[in-house]
Design a protein around this ligand. Structure first.
Ligand code: ATP
Ligand code: MG
Length: 198
């Protein structure tokens, strides 16, 4: 039975926090493969002016994947079009990889808002969760929410035991020096080549 890790995101742009979360989840949960999935139109946010387009986000996701052994970029949500719902993606992936176990790698913000995702209860049957703290101060909130989700929807949650690496795409888009420091070099080279963000 294969174990497949999934990390979804807008990846606008991918940064070292994403790489760190993915690497630590791989180390803790030993996936056979890891799919990095850029979303099409994120259901929960509007992309800021000057953002990378879908093709650019996919290319940056490929470059991030090259940093992580066993990882590959997956364009299933971009190809499907429309709003990207993780439940739809997981149903499709269960068909592609029958019998596989799926693990969604998410940061604190996504865990805390899980009940606002589409079909949260079904989602808990389609995949387990690997949660990575985005900030050291998140740990209490993560533990409380995980306990509630386990009790209410029988969610299967692993809190990955690793230090937090607090950085966001929003911060990186606002500060070129921070961007150079906090995104993988191949991603930064692409940002410069395409004239993104700055
Ligand atoms: P933005 O600021 O544009 O929202 P972001 O940094 O939050 O960008 P997303 O693409 O929205 O990045 O996040 C994709 C996934 O990666 C989410 O599950 C998010 O919680 C997680 N994530 C993002 N940054 C980190 C980080 N520094 N540590 C752990 N998980 C992270
Ligand atoms: Mg975000």
């Amino acid at each position: 039975m294969s174990r497949i890790g999934i990390m979804g995101g807008t990846f606008n742009p991918p940064h070292n926090g994403h790489v760190h979360a993915a690497q630590q989840a791989v180390k803790a949960l030993r996936f056979d493969r890891l799919l990095l999935i850029p979303d099409n139109v994120p259901p929960h946010k509007v992309l800021p002016h000057g953002s990378a387009d879908s093709e650019q986000r996919l290319e940056m996701t490929r470059r991030m994947a090259a940093e992580i052994p066993g990882a590959e970029a997956c364009d299933i949500e971009l190809k499907r079009g429309g709003r990207s719902y993780t439940a739809d993606t997981l149903r499709a992936l269960h068909k592609t990889y029958p019998g596989a176990d799926f693990f969604l790698i998410i940061g604190t913000d996504m865990l805390l808002t899980l009940d606002q995702w589409r079909e949260p209860e079904t989602l808990c049957t389609l995949a387990a969760f690997a949660v990575v703290a985005r900030d050291e101060d998140d740990r209490r909130a993560i533990a409380d929410k995980a306990a509630w989700l386990e009790k209410t929807w029988q969610a299967r949650i692993t809190v990955v035991d690793c230090p937090a690496l607090p950085v966001s795409s929003t911060q990186v888009r606002a500060d070129r020096a921070l961007c150079r420091e906090m995104v993988p070099p191949a991603v930064y080279a692409y940002i410069e080549q395409q004239g993104l963000y700055f």
